[in-house]
Design a protein around this ligand. Structure first.
Ligand code: BGC
Length: 746
């Protein structure tokens, strides 16, 4: 485990970001900063509020001309850039465009910029969530929850590099990603956009992803600027629905919610998007403590903060903390929001201008926001190279991109249960059933070619669905498909049961349709009843049922677990998911994914693995269907010889933890070695255990290796009674697999 990245978590409130430290005495401003100051001095107040304004592409497009028919309206574009002087445009109008069309759009924008007084480039932003998902024929990777299930930082970094490559090749330099909201509320329809429930795993995944997107120089022709979102606490709605309130105290914020965002800020993400919802009565866009105090002051963040969609207006229309639309603008800008995703009109610029004229928003605050926006444009090299690069377009697609995606999909699959029915023998008669067997869209989920991801016709015909992949890998054995059920309703369970009579084995591909944001709200975490009935009925035939779960949330399985001889959680594995699932079912690939969340057994079973002691008492059994970190393989591993280099640790010291891991089975396999630490007593109730390190290793049959972790005192810090990160002496337990040991922090 590299300790480097964790240091800042502990020193968070005392150190500004190292690379962005402000010198004590004012040195003469040179380089890009001097250029920014020169520009600022030349800008009128209208140009400044324009920079802070972001509109959606619809505003500059011919109405109702979507997808292939999309056209920019030149007059509206001139109005946006020359009259309103907008700093940023975002989004896609309806559905993904070709690379060529993106180039036309970006070039058209720059043509108008060149007619403007100061020629400040427009920053285009897009939601490249799992690849360049708004460009046709881009690689669609596993979504975050499945990426986290790989526990493979290299693969995640590589996926991000390719996503950046194809986004920038489309001419777009900025993605609204990664999502650093922690995934602890499985009802939330954006659960799958998170890297799961664990602070450490999510922080490392997010940092690796950001490194992949930005590299060491974000101005490089194949890199894009990242955006930390949705800052902060968006993922914890009390009732599980999108954009509803969370109730979070400062200690929980600092210990569980904020660290993943901070890890990505420190990995260099230069923009942040605000939580569309509210925390303990304070809307994200009015939360000066979170934006001004924590993000900008404590973490020393020098990039800019963008609102989420229409959310400044909503401070008035929805949240009612602002009595007028103008007051909403004042509150958000004074809380630290630098750019408004308005996104359908220019009201923000007009109202902000009024605030400045009245004096309710000082010009110094406007200058601060514009300075931050110009800095990011400068870092991206947009002043020098504002246009899309035609050479990049020519290299858009490469075979190795698809290979990386296939590896990611393979490693994302989690084998939850296997009663010996897997892997499947080839050439047998297979009945495939269920709503998700023959669709590519459901493997990808939302943010896939369209917002809701449900336009099956837009997905590449070259990629197999799960059904097609099973057909092609079954060596000519008969594969029959009977759907049986839709997601929420029965189609014909009797037909599926009848077909089972002539099958050797049944593969039931269950789960969820595609969804994104509020349209994905549900009232019940259980797998819809018709799907459960189908598995029950098929199991009653006595034929072995293998259930594959495709979707973005852990839907409660009821009798499905018991009735399935094999259970594979496929999550949202992306466009190679069909092939990867079939390869795992036939044993061509040995599964190595591990759950990045605790799979609940019951609809109220929201207990995370790092729960408090009082959550796992006799009266409160945790009741997971499958625990965090769980995932089977077709081999067996033996853990032995857990050793600590010392029995005590100094306050600024560290110890080494080693363990032997042996592949005792007959197949080569990958294993995720997970290091957990429990603080036995502390001034605020300690979590049951906390993940402090992991390594994904590969071992051949019979091979043994020693895995070594360094555990530093800093890793044992926690947020104490005073809401500050502290260290407290005392006993700690170390756990790897079923082995435990202990040491004392002096
Ligand atoms: C979502 C953001 C997204 C933005 C722009 C909002 O509705 O909450 O995650 O980046 O739209 O598309």
């Amino acid at each position: 485990m590299s300790r480097k990245w964790l240091v800042p978590l502990i020193l968070a409130s005392v150190l500004p970001m190292a690379s962005q430290q402000t010198p004590r005495r004012r040195a003469p401003v040179t380089g890009p900063e001097a250029k920014i100051e020169r520009l600022l001095r030349q800008m009128t107040i209208e140009e400044k509020v324009g920079q802070m304004t972001q509109v959606t592409i619809d505003v500059v497009s011919v109405p109702n001309a979507v997808g292939r028919n999309h056209r920019i309206d030149p007059q509206k574009l001139e109005e946006a850039i020359l009259k309103w002087k907008v700093g940023s445009i975002l989004n896609v109008n309806g559905e993904a465009y070709t690379v060529d069309h993106w180039h036309e759009i970006l070039n058209a924008i720059q043509d108008v910029v060149e007619k403007s007084r100061l020629k400040i480039p427009v920053l285009y932003g897009i939601d490249s969530i799992h690849g360049a998902n708004y460009t046709l024929d881009a690689v669609l990777f596993p979504n975050a929850i499945s990426a986290a299930a790989t526990w493979n930082l290299d693969l995640v970094r590589k996926s991000a590099q390719i996503s950046a490559f194809q986004t920038r090749a489309s001419g777009i330099p900025w993605t609204f990603y990664p999502v650093m909201d922690i995934g602890r509320q499985p009802l939330w329809p954006r659960f799958w956009e998170t890297f799961g429930e664990d602070v450490y795993l999510a922080s490392r995944m997010g940092a690796a992803y950001t490194e992949g997107l930005q590299g060491s120089d974000v101005s490089a022709r194949d890199k894009v600027a990242a955006c930390i979102k949705h800052y902060a606490g968006y993922s914890m709605p009390f009732n599980g629905k999108d954009r509803t309130p969370a109730i979070l105290d400062e200690r929980t914020m600092r210990s569980v919610i904020l660290p993943p965002y901070e890890a990505v800020a420190r990995a260099g993400a230069p923009t942040a998007m605000i939580n569309s919802s509210e925390i303990s009565g304070v809307p994200g866009h009015a939360n000066s403590w979170l934006i001004n105090q924590v993000l900008k002051k404590e973490w020393g963040f020098r990039g800019f903060v963008v609102s989420d969609w229409e959310d400044i207006k909503r401070l008035h229309t929805r949240d009612r903390v602002a009595a007028t639309p103008k007051d909403a603008v004042r509150i958000a800008v004074m809380a630290g929001v630098d750019m408004s995703m308005v996104p359908y009109d220019y009201s923000f610029a007009e109202l902000l201008l009024q605030c400045v004229k009245e004096g309710s928003v000082p010009v110094s605050r406007i200058d601060d926001a514009v300075r931050r926006i110009l800095r990011v444009k400068m870092q991206l090299g947009l002043f020098d190279r504002p246009r899309p690069d035609p050479a990049m377009k020519a290299q858009f697609d490469k075979p190795e991109f698809h290979q990386t995606n296939l590896e990611a999909a393979r490693e994302a699959l989690v084998l939850l249960k296997n009663d010996g029915a897997l892997p499947l023998a080839r050439g047998r008669k297979i009945l495939v059933t269920g709503p998700n067997a023959d669709l590519l869209s459901v493997l990808n989920g939302g943010w896939s070619l369209t917002w809701q991801g449900n336009r099956e016709d837009l997905f590449p015909k070259s990629k197999p669905t799960i059904l097609k992949a099973i057909q092609s890998l079954n060596n000519g054995g008969a594969v029959q498909y009977v759907k049986g059920v839709e997601w929420e309703k029965e189609v014909d369970i009797r037909a599926a049961v009848a077909a089972a009579a002539s099958a050797d084995v049944i593969v039931a591909v269950m789960g969820e349709p595609t969804y994104c944001e509020t349209p994905g709200n549900i009232e019940d975490l259980a797998l819809p009843e018709p799907q459960i009935r189908l598995v029950d009925a098929l199991a009653a035939t006595g034929k072995p049922v293998i259930t594959v779960l495709v979707g973005g949330r852990p839907r409660v399985l009821r009798t499905v677990t018991k009735n399935s001889k094999g259970l594979l959680w496929a999550g949202l594995p992306g466009n190679e998911g069909g092939r990867a699932v079939a390869e795992v079912l036939f044993g061509d690939v040995n599964p190595s994914g591990k759950l990045p969340f605790s799979y609940p057994r019951n609809v109220n079973g929201f207990t995370t693995y790092d729960h408090k002691p009082l959550e796992s008492t006799h009266d409160n059994p945790t009741g997971w269907e499958f625990p965090f970190g769980h995932g089977l393989t077709y081999t067996t591993f033996a853990y032995s010889d857990l050793q600590l280099s010392g029995k005590s640790m100094a306050r600024n010291g560290s110890i080494f933890v080693t363990v032997k891991v042996k592949n005792t089975g007959r197949r080569p396999a990958k294993e995720v070695v997970q290091l957990y630490v429990s603080d036995l007593y502390r001034q605020v109730s300690p979590p049951n255990k906390e993940l402090k390190g992991f390594q994904k290793i590969g071992l051949g049959p019979g091979d043994e290796t020693v895995v070594r972790f360094e555990l530093a005192a800093k890793d044992l810090a926690f947020v104490g009674l005073e809401n500050k990160w502290i260290l407290e002496p005392g006993e700690h337990k170390v756990q790897i697999a079923n082995l435990t040991s202990g040491f004392v922090l002096r």
